[in-house]
Design a protein. Sequence first.
Length: 251
Amino acid sequence: MTAARGFPRSMKIVGVLLLTLSAVTPASSVFVIVPGIIQQAGSGAILSLLGAAVVSLAMAFVYAELASAWPLAGGEYAMAGRALGPFAGYVLMGSNALAYTLVPPVLALGAASYLAVVWPGAPALPIAAGMIAIGALFGILNIKLNAWVTGLFLLVEAIALIVVAALGFTHAVRPLGEVLSHPVIAAAGGGLAATPLIAIGFTITVAIFAYNGYGAAVYFSEEMHEAPRRIARTIVLALAITLALEFQRDS
């Protein structure tokens, strides 16, 4: 009787990092989610993003600790199940299933709206469905090939963010210190008004979602060589790169 064979651990930090950052989709977060933050908090969006970065860093350390102990493809529900018991694992699995069902359509619809600039009257729903279908096709590829394919798309995202950030920094209207110390928002009657602290606090929760995805590294840990030793570093690196790409554009 032959012994059961496990999956070969063929991925290293670079491959898992490319897949994780593609799950974060920095450009989609910046162009789809962040505009809503700016609309609700004005220039206070920078403070919201800073607050979300602090919370995300704490969450990344939690992911890193748990993923090092249980580097399993089940991700959050597998870690919760082992740390808190099966019931907690099943509850988290259900919430993840709901969240991951809603996130791709939201991002795809948001991305489709940008195509209207070059394709006026573009049908948003068919385009969004097509994006999801193409993503599913890439998802069934060999994982190492998938990492490099998604890495190419990630490179395009990074270039787009750097170009937009460069345009912003070279056409700055207010000093960054003034933006941070006196955030403003469009007033209902016209002009500008001070951004309420409650608006900044509320949009921190949305900004956390814009950074979300760095923990996805744990889903690829069963494919990762020496995962218990490397997965924590990968998660923290994924968050650091996400913050660098998204925050420099929004600043």
